[in-house]
Design a protein around this ligand. Structure first.
Ligand SMILES: Nc1ncnc2c1ncn2[C@@H]1O[C@H](COP(=O)(O)OP(=O)(O)OP(=O)(O)O)[C@@H](O)[C@H]1O
Ligand SMILES: [Mg+2]
Length: 324
């Protein structure tokens, strides 16, 4: 078999087209024969070319040459034809086997996701009980710092809502959208990372321009921005500046989250929104996959711009009017 032959022009093309064996008494005298030099050099004379067929489909051609002139008998043609058919079946089987292995891997991954989904439901269910207890006990504590106490309480509520929403989703219920001011979501979420920002001596620059309220899933948008803030902070281990800006532009609410950190590692740049892609020792690689999903659920867009050692900017655009 010779690869990359133009089927139309070559002699072998004739075999492919007619699906019939071809016999040439002396290839050196044949007009359409392409490899005259080679034939002369290695001493090829008569040719028998038979198609390799799998259910009426040609997958190749087997060529047999003789050094001296030879008229192939019908037995020889039959023998080579059945060898070609057997080989064709073997090749096709190998190809199917390869396909099957790929398919099996995909099935295993889907099964794994299915099992993970079931485990997640159990985990969510089991988290709800201790959460209720923590909330009850929290009320009987007296925490001197009122601001911290409010944050803790709000976060306990948020955890409870996330778990409840998840379980509702597992039951097949659709979460409800609410009209929200995204600036408010940003402010509330920034409160959660305030501690880490000051601990790691990071500056925060906020430029939040007035925005129209939009319909969104409040918990999910909070989750979206929190993940982007946490990633930005993680990328600025030696300090830096986190810039958060928002504006309404061209029918969208545009939020930019810019850090002066390490930038996104080249090796994962193309895959950052895929689950389980991480460069952090304790990272799960789920943050940006969640971010991406939430943006899609809001029919929005997300763009990334990153320069090594200068930093990364994530731009999230959420439509002001959602066309259903
Ligand atoms: N602002 C950023 N600057 C530099 N690299 C980033 C930034 N955001 C994300 N990355 C890179 O993308 C990877 C994936 O981020 P992602 O949030 O999905 O997972 P993670 O932060 O590693 O783990 P998890 O969020 O699940 O705790 C990170 O490990 C990091 O290498
Ligand atoms: Mg993350």
């Amino acid at each position: 078999m010779k690869p990359n032959l133009k089927v139309d022009e070559s002699l072998i093309g004739q075999v492919v087209r007619t699906k019939k064996p071809l016999m040439i008494l002396d290839v050196r005298k044949e007009k359409g024969y392409r490899h005259l030099d080679l034939a002369k050099k290695v001493g090829l004379c008569s040719l028998l070319s038979v198609p390799m067929m799998v259910k009426e489909r040609i997958i190749g051609v087997i060529n047999t040459y003789t050094a001296a002139q030879h008229r192939f008998t019908s037995e020889e043609i039959q023998l080579l034809s059945s060898l070609a058919d057997q080989s064709a079946i073997a090749i096709e089987n190998a190809r199917l086997y390869e396909q099957m292995i790929g398919l099996e891997e995909r099935i295993r991954e889907t099964e794994k996701l299915g099992v993970l989904g079931e485990m997640a439901i159990e985990v969510a269910h089991e988290i709800r009980n201790p959460l209720t207890i923590v909330k009850m006990l929290f009320h009987s504590l007296s925490i001197p710092d009122k601001k911290d106490a409010t944050i803790i309480e709000n976060e306990l509520d948020r955890m409870n809502r996330i778990v409840t929403q998840f379980l509702n989703y597992a039951r097949g219920e659709k979460p409800e959208q609410q009209k929200m001011d995204i600036n408010q979501v940003l402010e509330n979420t920034l409160l959660l990372v305030e501690h880490r920002l000051s601990q790691q001596r990071m500056k925060l620059k906020k430029t939040l321009l007035p925005l129209p309220s939009i319909s969104c899933y409040p918990e999910k948008t909070a989750q979206l921005f929190l993940n982007l803030f946490l990633n930005a902070i993680d990328a600025m281990e030696d300090g830096g500046e986190l810039e958060v800006s928002s504006e309404a532009i061209g029918g969208f609410i545009q939020v930019k989250i810019k850090d002066s950190g390490s930038g996104i590692p080249e090796s994962i740049k193309e895959r950052i929104f895929q689950p389980f892609v991480t460069t952090k020792a304790k990272g799960l690689g789920l943050g940006l996959a969640i971010v991406h999903r939430v943006v899609e659920e809001h029919r929005g867009k997300i763009e990334v711009d990153s320069t090594p050692d200068i930093g990364a900017t994530f731009t999230v655009s959420l439509p002001i009017e959602v066309v259903q």
